[in-house]
Design a protein around this ligand. Structure first.
Ligand SMILES: O=P(O)(O)OC[C@H]1O[C@H](O[C@H]2O[C@H](CO)[C@@H](O)[C@H](O)[C@H]2O)[C@H](O)[C@@H](O)[C@@H]1O
Length: 374
């Protein structure tokens, strides 16, 4: 397991989760607690939680900024740093990490309980792509899925309705998965399409194509071009056009340049109040402000499959990213099925179970297929 707390000389860096009760969002930032009275106090009073995180409120953070002479911390860069730790060291499991695992046990260890809970109900599978079906790699264009994983997902789809829900553009994620029998929700759920030849699971015959952010296409194209231009002087930066949203990757950018990159992105977005900026795994994501996300996409797909008001449906959503939390939350609120977070480190999540990496996801999916077809 890993500890995210890093100590260097007389500088003590802690990862702090700032929780904003109003928006319900949590932001992870990395701070030198020895330099800030509030963080020092928080660090002394509060034991670090899972992953070495200390949680403080947004109000406390703002107070801290004032305490420090009003100096503005570039919160985006701090968040970029903390959400992508580069100094992960192996240590034995702490009590907090054990407690996180108690609350989010391995879906492999809990397999029997999970399948028992689904008895008499229709399981519907929702799978994120990057970091779930394919391992995270430096070049987003080379995030290939293994043939074994593809064969597993093919068998899964023969047994359960299955959808891929990704931040990527739908065509691109289809290009990686190449299984025509699946449902695809690209651009964080803003581009949903059913299987090209119809589905054996769907009640009714109407084809599904749903694109709630259509009016944003010209704006996204314009912003994509501006971002490519603006970031071309930052070595390693990569802008990806995901049709209804845009990703600005900083995985291959020198950490010293992250602040500059975040400023460049923000300066472009200043002109576009109808677009918002969020963050994923070493990626800044730009998308329309419409109230649509992976959680809404999950609900839309359940409805399209004819399970809108059914009590006998059991949706299972597997994902690794912050954007997958919207879907985990929907399942929690519906009290139906559950979410599985793919992560090696404890994270604040609405998922019920965990799996460590894509190879464990594949094991879990294979066990589901064997359970359905003994
Ligand atoms: O919803 P997802 O399918 O998980 O898509 C989220 C983003 O995934 C991709 O970026 C991530 O994976 C890349 C390849 O492993 C990696 O290089 C990058 O650092 C990760 O953030 C994709 O390229 C993005 O467009 C998606 O938004």
């Amino acid at each position: 397991m890993v500890s995210l707390t890093e100590e260097r000389g007389n500088m003590t860096k802690k990862n702090v989760v700032v929780s904003d009760a109003k928006s319900g969002l949590n932001m992870a930032i990395s701070v030198d607690v020895s330099k800030s009275s509030l963080f020092t106090t928080a660090a002394q009073k509060k034991p670090a939680g899972p992953g070495g995180f200390i949680t403080i409120s947004r109000k406390q953070l703002l107070q801290n900024l004032e305490i420090n002479g009003g100096a503005r911390v570039n919160s985006w860069v701090d968040s970029m740093r903390a959400s992508s730790p580069t100094h992960i060291k192996s240590t034995p499991l702490s009590d907090d990490q054990n407690s996180w695992i108690d609350h989010h046990p391995s879906a492999l260890d809990m397999f029997e309980q999970i399948t028992n809970a689904s008895k008499g109900k229709q399981i519907v599978m929702f799978l994120d792509y990057d970091g779930t079906l394919s391992p995270i790699v430096d070049d987003p264009d080379r995030a290939f899925m293994s043939d074994q994983m593809r064969a597993t997902v093919r068998k899964l789809a023969r047994n359960f309705p299955t959808a891929i829900v990704s931040g990527r553009c739908r065509d691109k994620v289809y290009g990686f998965v190449r299984l025509a029998e699946l449902y695809y929700a690209g651009s964080h759920g803003m581009d949903i399409k059913g299987p090209s030849k119809g589905s054996k699971y769907k009640k009714g015959t109407q084809d599904i194509l749903f694109q709630p952010a259509n009016e944003f296409l010209p704006m996204i194209d314009e912003v994509y071009k501006s971002l490519v231009e603006k970031t071309k002087s930052t070595p390693g930066a990569k802008v990806e056009n995901n049709k209804f949203c845009i990703s600005v990757h900083f995985r291959c950018v020198d950490e010293k340049k992250w602040s500059e990159l975040a400023e460049e992105v923000k300066s472009v977005l200043k002109e576009y109040p109808k677009l918002r900026l969020t963050q994923g795994r070493k990626v800044l994501e730009i998308r329309p402000t419409i109230k649509w996300d992976k959680g809404k996409a999950l609900e839309f797909l359940l409805e399209s499959l004819g399970y809108a008001n059914c009590t006998d449906v059991f949706p299972v959503y597997i994902g690794d990213d912050r954007t997958d939390e919207d879907a985990f939350k929907v399942l929690r609120e519906r009290g139906q099925g559950f979410g599985i977070l793919v992560s090696k480190i404890p994270k604040d999540t609405n998922a019920s179970y965990s799996l460590q990496e894509p190879s464990e996801v594949m094991d879990f999916l294979q066990r589901l297929v064997r359970w359905k077809q003994p």
